[in-house]
Each structure stands twice: as structure tokens, then as C-alpha cells.
Design a protein around this ligand. Structure first.
Ligand code: 5AD
Ligand code: SF4
Length: 450
């Protein structure tokens, strides 16, 4: 095998970031060198996202850019990984010049073979989806900060929300074994990691030999009380009371739930095939607040789904006011080929989608600001993650409710420390605080936090 430098650029969700680490693990095992410098690369791979049209367009643009690198390095291998693989295959077949290899999310084990054949001038395509591939036995290559890590616990999605391309690009749901997840978290804890996020397109449908996601969370929580555990993302349909009780029982399971609502209108939710009503969704929120005092929520919202009326839009704003999310990821509906919604007319015009989206964003900004203002004077625990983005005279940490807190730099405080702080200033996105003292999370009880 030719010894070569591989450069990977990742687009899209956390799942894709975690997949890139798996791919890097596979390549490093086979003796490839990994580089962060595209100019030094013999192989350039883009791990792609198809969730919305603008994500795909960005990647096509970037591909155009990267192709010009071939002028200087004619043997440069260019490859596409991830969710666009299936779609790009067509392009590759009709226009062989675009890329050398296209590998979908379930065929990463074959990547070294494809790279080798690409060096010999042959195109490689591996886009089959698998019912079983979980990459359980592979160790991801983590070139991160040594503090926060993602651990993928299930892959694929069987929900078939009518707007979403994921069930087509990532295939059927399948879960990693509980033992393999626990063992990965044990390894991470040993290496000093303090913050682990369990990932899956819908972690609530996790199932391994009768053990559900709550069982998995409980098993991961007891690995090391100094390691905080988060998870993403949840579908309201499978959100169980058992899961809520599990979160409330373990001090290091974060008081934070990402629960996509998508729309506040029952009519739209039905067209989206979300399989719940707003009333049911609100019951989960209410229950969670009872069982886990101080729990915070974030959500995903789509504006301008086919047939969405102004009243439907108002219903979404109403739900936002009722739940008072701490954060939200907000998107304009983007038709995706192959989905059920693609066959519906995309009848909310662009200007209306934009206007509704900006109303939704404004509402969320207002709510986040009010919530954060109400935290003034509150004492909470944060995990120090490093310097603040803006200045090396400040440190940044996170509450277990996923809020960023900035504190002044102090000699005895470093990345990885748990600190008790008191909030003294707040914007819609960031909290600022004074330090009270260092703490030991293992001795802390379930937090009452910001
Ligand atoms: N258009 C807009 N947003 C979408 N999402 C998924 N598919 C689409 C689409 N076709 C959003 C949903 C989902 C998040 C990951 O991306 O809100 O929860
Ligand atoms: Fe897409 Fe719905 Fe599955 Fe989430 S639950 S990945 S939105 S189909």
C-alpha cells in the first residue's frame, strides 16, 4: 500500500463528526497519515450532509474548489463520504471526472481498499446500507481536546418523518451493544475525558438484548461520576418515564434534553408523520420538569412546511412561549428528493418562509435572554472546557444544562476542573460568573443548576 496523507473535512451533524473519527481510526490502523493541512494531502475526503439543500450546495461548491488542487497534484484522490454518497453516485456514473470514490455511511471499512484502487486510477463506489453495521469493534481516532467525546450508540432511523432524508441516506435503525458503549466510555474516562455525548439519530429507540436507552444511560453513568453524560437526539414518540427517572437518579446525567418539536400545529405534525400531538409533546415536557427539577430543553423547528398557514405558524410560536426552550435550531423547510414531503407542493413561498423563520428566531432570542437574565445571582456548577473564544484572559465552561459560562482566568483553575460559580451577567447566548470554589463532582448530589 502506498503511504499517504489523508485530509478529511466534515459537514453536518454530530453524528457525522463522530463518523469522521471512525473513518480516521480505520485509516490510521491501515497506516495512513492524517493531516489537517489540505495542501499536504494525497487524499481529500469530504464527509457530507444532505439534510437541507443549502448543505449540499455548499459541498458542491467546495468540491469545485478542491478540484483545482489537482492542477498542482494530478494524482490527488478526491472522495465523498457520508449522506450525499447515494446521490453523488449518479453524478459519478454520468460524469466520471467529479470524484474518485464515493463511500456511504455503512461502508467505511472498505475505504482503504477504495483509496488503493483510486491510486491505480480506478473509481470506487460503496454505497450499500447495512442492517447491522455499528462499527462497535472500532476505536475512533480522536483528535479533539481530550475533554469532550462523542460516542455513537445507534445508527440509522426508522421514523420516516416525511421531510427527512436520513432514513434513506443512513438506513435502518440498529444499536451498538451496551457492553461496547460502556467499554468505550471506560476508556475515555481513563484517558481523562469528562464529558461524553451518546449519539444517535433517535437514541430513544436504542435496544440491545432487551436493554433500552435508559438502561444504557444508567450503565454509562456509573462508569465514572466525574464524567458528565449527555445524549442527542430524541424523538418524542419513544420518550419514556423510565428515561426521565434515570436522568433524575444519576448526578452526572445532564439535566438537558434536546427534544425536536418541528411544528406547533397538529395538522402539520400529522403531515410530517411525527406521530405525536402537541398535547402529548407538552405532557412529556411537564413530566420531565416534575421529575427533573431545573431540566432545560432545546428543540428543532422547521418553518414553511407544505401547506403551513399563518395560523400553523402562530401555533409554533405559541408552543415556544409555552415550553420556553433554552435553545433552538431553526430551519426553513427544504424539499428533499425521495421523501414523502417532496411529492407535496412546496407551496409556502421563499419570502414567507424567511419571514416566519426570522419571527421564530426572534422569539427564541427573546426567551433565551429572559431565561438567562433570571439566572442572575444563581450559583451553579460548571466544567471548564478551555479559554473563552474571545480572549485568553477568560475561561469558558458549561453548566450541565448546556449553557456556556465565562469566568475570569485564575491560576489554580484549568481545563477539566469542576467549579462552583455565581452568575453575574447574562446575554441570550452566554452567562458570565464569579468563581466560588473548585468542587469534586463525585461528592456532589444531583445538581440544582442554572
Ligand atoms: N428541511 C428543513 N429542515 C429539516 N430537518 C430535517 N430535514 C429537513 C428538511 N427537509 C431538520 C429537522 C431535524 C433537524 C436535524 O434538521 O428539524 O430535526
Ligand atoms: Fe429524520 Fe425524523 Fe429520523 Fe429525525 S426522527 S432523523 S427528523 S426521520
Amino acid at each position: 500500500m502506498q503511504k499517504s496523507n489523508v485530509y478529511i473535512e466534515t459537514y453536518g451533524c454530530q453524528m457525522n463528526l463522530a463518523d469522521t473519527e471512525i473513518v480516521q481510526g480505520i485509516l490510521a490502523n491501515k497506516g495512513y497519515d492524517l493531516t489537517n493541512n489540505i495542501k499536504k494531502a494525497d487524499v481529500v475526503l469530504l464527509n457530507t450532509c444532505s439534510i437541507r439543500e443549502n448543505a449540499e450546495q455548499r459541498i458542491y461548491g467546495r468540491l469545485g474548489n478542491i478540484k483545482t488542487l489537482r492542477n498542482k497534484k494530478p494524482n490527488l484522490v478526491i472522495g465523498i463520504l457520508g449522506c450525499m454518497a447515494e446521490r453523488l453516485r449518479e453524478d459519478l456514473v454520468t460524469d466520471k471526472k467529479i470524484v474518485d470514490l464515493v463511500v456511504g455511511p455503512d461502508e467505511y471499512r472498505r475505504l482503504p481498499e477504495f483509496i488503493d484502487t483510486a491510486f491505480n486510477g480506478e473509481k470506487g463506489i460503496g454505497v450499500k446500507l447495512s442492517k447491522t453495521e455499528t462499527y462497535d469493534d472500532l476505536v475512533p481516532f480522536r483528535n479533539d481536546d481530550g475533554l469532550s467525546a462523542w460516542v455513537s450508540v445507534m445508527r440509522g432511523c426508522d421514523k420516516f418523518c416525511t421531510f427527512c432524508v436520513v432514513p434513506f441516506t443512513r438506513g435502518r435503525e440498529r444499536s451498538s451493544s451496551l457492553e461496547s458503549v460502556v467499554s468505550e466510555v471506560e476508556q475515555l474516562a481513563k484517558k481523562g475525558y469528562k464529558d461524553v455525548t451518546l449519539l444517535g439519530q433517535n437514541v430513544n429507540s436504542y435496544l440491545d438484548n432487551g436493554r433500552d436507552f435508559a438502561d444504557l444511560l444508567a450503565a454509562v453513568a456509573v462508569v465514572d461520576r466525574n464524567v458528565r453524560v449527555r445524549f442527542s437526539t430524541s424523538h418524542p414518540q419513544d420518550f419514556s418515564d423510565k428515561l426521565l427517572y434515570t436522568i433524575s437518579e444519576h448526578p452526572n446525567l445532564c439535566n438537558y434534553i434536546h427534544l425536536p418539536v418541528q411544528s406547533g400545529s397538529n395538522r402539520i405534525l400529522e403531515l410530517m408523520n411525527r406521530t405525536y400531538t402537541i398535547e402529548h409533546y407538552l405532557t412529556i415536557i411537564e413530566k420531565a420538569r416534575k421529575i427533573i427539577p431545573d431540566v432545560t430543553f432545546s428543540t428543532d423547528i422547521i418553518s414553511g412546511f407544505p401547506t403551513e398557514t399563518y395560523e400553523d405558524h402562530l401555533a409554533t410560536l405559541e408552543v415556544m412561549r409555552e415550553v420556553r426552550y433554552d435553545g433552538a435550531y431553526m430551519f426553513k423547510y427544504s424539499p428533499r428528493e425521495g421523501t414523502k414531503a417532496y411529492r407535496m407542493e412546496d407551496d409556502v413561498d421563499e419570502a414567507t418562509k424567511s419571514k416566519r423563520l426570522s419571527e421564530i428566531i426572534d422569539e427564541q432570542q427573546k426567551i433565551s435572554y429572559e431565561i438567562n437574565q433570571s439566572l442572575m445571582g444563581v450559583e451553579t456548577e460548571i466544567l471548564i472546557e478551555g479559554f473563552s473564544k474571545k480572549s485568553n484572559e477568560f475561561l469558558a465552561g458549561r453548566t450541565d444544562t448546556n449553557k456556556t459560562v465565562i469566568i475570569p482566568l485564575k491560576e489554580n483553575i484549568k481545563k477539566g476542573d469542576y467549579i462552583k460559580v455565581k452568575i453575574n451577567k447574562a446575554t441570550s447566548g452566554t452567562l458570565f460568573a464569579d468563581v466560588i470554589k473548585k468542587i469534586d463532582l463525585t461528592k456532589s448530589r444531583k445538581q440544582k443548576t442554572a
